[in-house]
Design a protein around this ligand. Structure first.
Ligand code: AMP
Length: 215
């Protein structure tokens, strides 16, 4: 079964999904991570997606469906936390078509205001080696530019540069926000305030998930 974790870029979905995976027994499926893996491998999908991603636009629904099937696998009764999908209503309907094996039990909207989003995205740095995430002022590494966990070099994601951030936020407003209404209409929508420390937001998310019945 699937918990959809949705929200604007920079809302903290990836960080919270990692925590829920580590502490609450979820398997995180991130379509952004899967696409970045394809880009690193220079696979056919990666070659098609790379420039689109760098501009902050959405990769085609067809490619995303392939990614989704690859990442979800067969139903094994596990709890999957879906980060970054669906990003438009057509994708939400595609996900519904997998309802037999992968029913969506809730769509959680991690809600953060626009000023905070820009601040978070522009200061984000990611380890090129292990993928750990930092922020230049909010959660800096011990040594500037160096990952605390593995000593790898920290980099700015190409889509965290100013132009791409602007595109990503406007794509979110026009294309992804209607997904919230889609889930509201199905009675599956829950809003969680994404402001506060990582631990505070994690507490709120756990609270939101605690009322759910998992298989
Ligand atoms: P993320 O790491 O979730 O912010 O995703 C990074 C980039 O991957 C996005 O800006 C899109 O270009 C692409 N991407 C990830 N998920 C999707 C999706 N569900 N539909 C279309 N493009 C996606």
């Amino acid at each position: 079964m699937i918990v959809v974790l949705t929200g604007a870029p920079g809302a903290g979905k990836g960080t919270q999904a990692d925590l829920l995976a580590a502490k609450e027994g979820f398997r995180k499926v991130s379509t952004g991570d899967a696409l970045r893996k394809h880009v690193r491998m220079k696979s056919p999908i990666g070659q098609q997606a790379e420039a689109v991603m760098a501009r902050g636009e959405l990769v085609s629904d067809e490619i995303l469906f392939e990614i989704l099937r690859e990442e979800l696998g067969l139903d094994s009764g596990e709890r999957i936390l879906l980060d970054g999908y669906p990003r438009n209503v057509a994708q939400a309907k595609t996900l519904d078509s997998l309802n037999e094996t992968h029913p969506v039990v809730v769509a959680i909207h991690l809600d953060v205001d626009a000023v905070e989003l820009v601040n978070r995205l522009s200061g984000r740095r990611v380890c090129g080696n292990c993928g750990a995430t930092y922020h230049v002022t909010l959660t800096p590494p011990m040594t500037a530019g160096v990952c605390d966990k593995c000593g790898g070099q920290l980099q700015q994601r190409s889509d965290d540069r100013e132009d791409s951030v602007r595109t990503r936020l406007s794509v979110y407003e026009s294309t992804t926000k209607p997904v919230l209404e889609y889930y509201r209409g199905k009675g599956l929508y829950q809003r969680v305030d994404g402001l506060g420390s990582t631990e505070e937001v994690f507490g709120k998310l756990k609270g939101s998930l605690s009322g759910l019945k998992f298989r």
